[in-house]
Design a protein around this ligand. Structure first.
Ligand code: GLP
Length: 277
């Protein structure tokens, strides 16, 4: 497995119009996740050796779970310390209590934070319990806090079937900042399994904006499975449009898609040809 890690089949989708975008097709989600976890671990260690913080942008959903599992393993078995790590999560349902089964606070605690040595005050997740009137100010502060830390060094992303990143649903423009948004119906439908019925799925969420995400120094987007293939193709090969917010990643200077075979399936032969070089 480690030799595969060393030599993934690189699809360097690096064209004049998207010079900062690359695509890696990897044999399976485990290999892709380990690769990202190793990159994160190396960044944390490099920053620690320079006595600097490492600022990570974190995502929820089923996709990044293996990355978190690998980071926990690296903490336990390889002594990777998170004492110099500051985190900002992309989004949270609104309203929601932090201890609710579907809360992203709970998700992050269970998947990562409870198992590593991160300083709890360095963890930031949008607060799903604040009063509605306080949300705009809270969101401004969230963006400002990210900027104060020096910006996100590495942003981990998944992609929703609507083409959302975070909860930036179709219609979100490139200049959007952290804010309250309405969830798309398809996104709510995908969340029914977690909430046990459409009526229980929140209508709203707080999310970092597209621009907030684009400010990150590096972006790593993971997508696995055939149900992501169509949206991945449109996000990478289509024109940049607010109909597919993930397409705005094409404008970033260092964004990498890590895909399994199934998620890469719809990439066009011409692009694939170009990617194989
Ligand atoms: C939720 C999250 C997104 C995530 C998406 C995909 O909507 N807010 O950040 O990318 O789910 O979920 P999954 O990884 O389970 O496919």
């Amino acid at each position: 497995m480690s030799s595969t890690l060393e030599s993934p089949s690189p699809l360097n989708h690096s064209t004049k119009s998207t010079p900062g975008l690359s695509v890696l097709k990897l044999p399976d989600p485990g290999v892709a996740s380990k690769r990202v976890a190793r990159e994160i671990g190396a960044l944390i260690r490099q920053r620690a050796s320079e006595n600097r913080n490492c600022v990570l942008g974190l995502a929820t959903g089923s996709t990044p779970i293996r990355v978190y599992r690998e980071l926990v393993r690296m903490h336990r078995e390889e002594g990777l310390s998170f004492h110099n790590v500051i985190t900002f999560n992309l989004d949270e349902y609104f309203p929601i209590k932090p201890n609710a089964a579907q809360s992203y606070v709970r998700f992050m605690n269970e998947q990562l934070f409870d198992h590593i040595d991160i300083v709890r005050t360095n963890v930031h997740i949008p607060n799903g319990t604040i009063e509605l009137e306080a949300v705009p100010g809270y969101c401004r502060d969230y963006d400002e806090l990210i900027a104060t830390t020096g910006g996100i060094d590495l942003q981990l992303l998944g992609i929703g079937r609507t083409g959302h990143i975070g909860f930036n649903e179709p219609g979100a423009t490139q200049d959007t900042r952290t804010r309250l948004v309405k969830l798309d119906n398809l996104t709510r439908l995908d969340a029914v399994k977690d909430f046990g019925g459409m009526d229980h799925v929140p209508l709203l969420a707080i999310t970092m904006g597209v621009d907030s995400i684009l400010q990150s120094h590096r972006i790593r987007l993971l997508a696995f499975g055939e149900h992501k293939a169509d949206i991945v193709q449109r996000a990478i090969e289509g024109t940049m449009t607010s109909a597919i917010p993930a397409s705005f990643l094409q404008s970033h200077r260092d964004v990498q898609y890590l895909l399994d075979d199934a998620a890469a399936e719809c990439l066009s032969p011409s692009t694939t040809g170009e990617l194989s070089q």
